[in-house]
Design a protein around this ligand. Structure first.
Ligand SMILES: *Cc1c(COP(=O)(O)O)cnc(C)c1O
Length: 385
């Protein structure tokens, strides 16, 4: 194989490069402004000020108050904290039932599974063929002992966007806390935690051109949950550990940049996505997964019958194109994606999944190059014995 002439990154749902503006914002906090934000001397106070500015900036993007934003190590920790923290807290009041959906990220599903081991009972909402849960099914699932409902804002594999405000309203009305994993949604769609009746919301830096290992959890004022990380008194005594000042500054810069001009960027990226989808539709035996309207601007997810998605992703890599056969968490396991199975995609077809996720750094040339190389690869893979 010859070396690829170009590099096309079409896996933005897995992670994104740190933008140069974010990197510049972070740099002073490694070697110069390195003080411990808890220290009383001025180098500490300066770091503390940067952390608090970051908190305020992120809060402003989400319609929250600064004291409702807590920094964590990323989306997985935020999901675990929200779910386990609320469940264990409300179990004291005899509430040991939780509701979620079948196609959540593993950070949610495996946290739920861990709670099942502890004696909690979990209802898994059906995700219908369009990749959406139905509000009436959530309403029917709630019980007097339901503590929390967790439904993701936008799915990481198929990009479908749930009717979050409606789900939140149902929970609010029934006295059930509502958590949403918004890792894929922050910076892609307009979010207002007040208007959308959200009690807890998870986000992370590395999916929006910020650093890896730094994220946050919005916790509405008055919502009580157990700590997940005990130790020092950081984060108002609710999440211990010396603040990742550089990461937090980078996270805030990334969130603020992602949340500005959302509509214009969405229009640009969804035009690329639609061009890609239109081109893919011309290929034989291809199925598009997930609703086309209620969908993240950059997400394309298709299944090709009779091929292995992982082989397809490897062949694309040889042509300089980064794409995913599903979610990174299941790569190498050769199991069909639980998300696609939840939609009712037959397992054999689900193994032929390809996810292409675009950002505003992609170009029309990228899309056209993908569409140029795909037919050959598909044909080659299908003619293999
Ligand atoms: C990436 C992702 C996570 C995990 O976030 P990390 O910061 O990598 O721990 C959780 N939920 C969704 C929907 C994701 O896409």
């Amino acid at each position: 194989m010859n070396t690829p002439q170009r590099f096309i990154y079409a896996d933005n749902a897995a992670t994104t490069p740190v933008s140069s503006a974010v990197l510049q914002a972070m740099l002073p906090y490694f070697c110069e402004q390195f003080g411990n934000p808890s220290a009383i001397y001025s180098a500490g106070v300066r770091a503390k000020r940067a952390v608090e500015q970051a908190r305020a900036d992120i809060a402003a993007c989400l319609g929250a108050q600064p004291e409702e934003i807590f920094f964590t190590s990323g989306g997985s920790e935020s999901d675990n904290w929200a779910i386990k923290g609320v469940a264990r807290r409300l179990a004291e009041q005899g509430k040991k039932h939780l509701v979620t959906s079948k196609f959540e990220h593993h950070a949610v599903l495996h946290a739920m599974r861990a709670l099942e081991q502890e004696g909690f009972s979990i209802t898994y909402l059906q995700v219908h063929e369009n990749g959406l849960v139905r509000p009436e099914e959530l309403a029917a699932a709630l019980r007097p002992d339901t503590a929390l409902c967790s439904v993701m804002y936008a799915n990481h594999e198929i990009g479908t966007i749930q009717p979050i405000a409606q789900l939140g309203a149902i929970c609010r009305q029934r006295g059930v806390l509502f958590h949403t994993d918004a890792v894929q949604a922050v910076g892609q769609v307009e979010i207002d935690v007040q208007e959308q009746n959200i009690d807890l919301l998870s986000f992370t830096g590395h999916k929006l051109h910020g650093p890896k290992g730094c994220g946050g959890l919005y916790i509405r004022r008055g919502v009580a949950l157990q700590n997940l990380i005990d130790g020092g008194g950081q984060e108002m005594g609710r999440r211990a550990g010396t603040e990742n000042t550089a990461g937090i500054v980078g996270l805030a810069a990334a969130v603020a940049a992602a949340c500005s001009n959302i509509a214009a960027k969405a229009e640009q990226v969804s035009a690329l996505r639609n061009r890609l989808i239109d081109g893919l539709r011309d290929l034989p035996d291809v199925r598009l997964n997930g609703d086309l309207i209620h969908r993240l601007p950059g997400n394309v997810n298709v299944c090709f019958s009779g091929i292995d998605g992982e082989a397809l992703a490897l062949m694309l890599d040889l042509r300089g194109i980064c794409a995913s056969s599903g979610s990174a968490c299941t790569t190498g396991s050769n199991q069909p994606s639980h998300v696609l199975l939840a939609l009712g995609v037959p397992p054999a077809l689900a193994r032929g999944a390809l996810r292409l996720t675009l950002s505003n750094q992609n170009t029309q040339e990228d899309v056209d190059e993908i569409l140029r190389v795909l037919p050959d690869i598909i044909h080659q893979l299908r003619s293999m014995p």
